[in-house]
Design a protein. Structure first.
Length: 317
């Protein structure tokens, strides 16, 4: 293990490197034994788009996976920074990411052991999809069942990027099967709406009446954030049918507000005219755009006297 003073010297050399010697400084830092220095070098390579550093990053990653990886790279500090840098640098290598997808590193914690390599596998899922989209689905299905939710979320996003019928089917099946962590299902919603706009709004809208409130929220937010006109229509249709569901109405209004499109604003303005409670919910939801003068003017022109105090409070600078 390098001494603390040597590590400080190596870090200082990295920080002081200029454009002329940056590549060589990064290569030198990546060859050190300190995972702290390696981590900083990897981040610097990604920040400055140093593609010449890619071979050195790969070599450092493989070195940190050699026997006794916990001693070499506690907490996966170096390996996480390296794989994130490689992905940011558009490095595509099926074998590299495939190996990283299988990597686990258990370290002692209070009461047992914990796998600290989940972020490595998460980034590997995205890199694997980019490296080999035609065959990636088979490995990514395994990642979609990883013990760690962070990896499952990344796998859903990666599967969505494939753009195939098989990938769409896998995402729908996972959404229907559910997950112990709602965010995994939420990422399935987002991936479907991002990559498979035809038919996905209607499918995701089917979860607006789910028994779990978090799933309802994630479905509404994904529909709104997609900005797809038919997704906006699904939110408005569900609001029209939720007359006796004030909790669901609020979620639907928030989903519409996230869209920030003329189509969504018109739907919200129609809701504003429905009743006083609905008007106040819309005013609160749209307050995220309080610094947009055009939106402020549109909303303020529709505020009734009964809701003026709510507008003044929520839209205050």
């Amino acid at each position: 293990m390098a001494s603390s003073s040597k590590i400080e010297d190596q870090l200082s050399a990295l920080k002081e490197s200029n454009e002329q010697d940056r590549d060589s400084q990064i290569a030198t830092a990546l060859s050190t034994r300190s995972n702290v220095v390696i981590s900083q070098a990897a981040q610097l390579a990604a920040h400055h788009r140093c593609h010449a550093s890619i071979p050195h990053l790969v070599a450092a990653f493989q070195r940190l996976m050699l026997p006794d990886p916990v001693k070499r790279d506690k907490g996966c500090l170096g390996k996480i920074a390296i794989i994130n840098a490689l992905f940011d640098l558009d490095f595509a290598d099926e074998e590299f990411y495939g190996e990283a997808l299988r990597y686990e590193q258990f370290e002692a914690v209070w009461g047992g052991k914990e796998d600290v390599a989940s972020e490595i596998r998460a980034t590997a899922a995205l890199g694997f999809a980019a490296s080999n989209p035609w065959r990636a689905i088979f490995r990514l299905i395994e990642a979609l069942n990883d013990p760690d939710a962070q990896v499952r979320v990344a796998a859903a996003k990666a599967i969505g990027s494939l753009g195939t019928d098989a990938a769409e089917a896998v995402l729908r099946q996972k959404a229907l099967a559910g997950d112990t962590v709602p965010d995994v299902v939420g990422e399935c919603f987002t991936a479907l709406l991002d990559s498979y706009a035809d038919g996905s709004p209607e499918f995701v809208a089917g979860f607006l009446n789910d028994e779990q409130g978090m799933i309802r929220d994630l479905a509404a937010f994904a529909l709104g954030s997609s900005k797809i006109p038919s997704a906006i229509d699904e939110l408005k249709r569900c609001w029209d049918e939720a007359a006796f569901r004030p909790d669901l109405q609020g979620t639907l209004i928030q989903g519409l507000a996230l869209a920030c499109t003329e189509h969504a604003f018109q739907a919200l303005f129609e809701i504003m005219a429905h009743d006083s409670d609905s008007e106040k919910q819309v005013i609160r939801a749209l307050a995220i755009y309080r610094h947009d003068d055009r939106i402020r003017q549109d909303v303020e022109s529709r505020v009734s006297p009964n809701s003026r105090a709510v507008f003044d409070e929520e839209w205050a600078d």
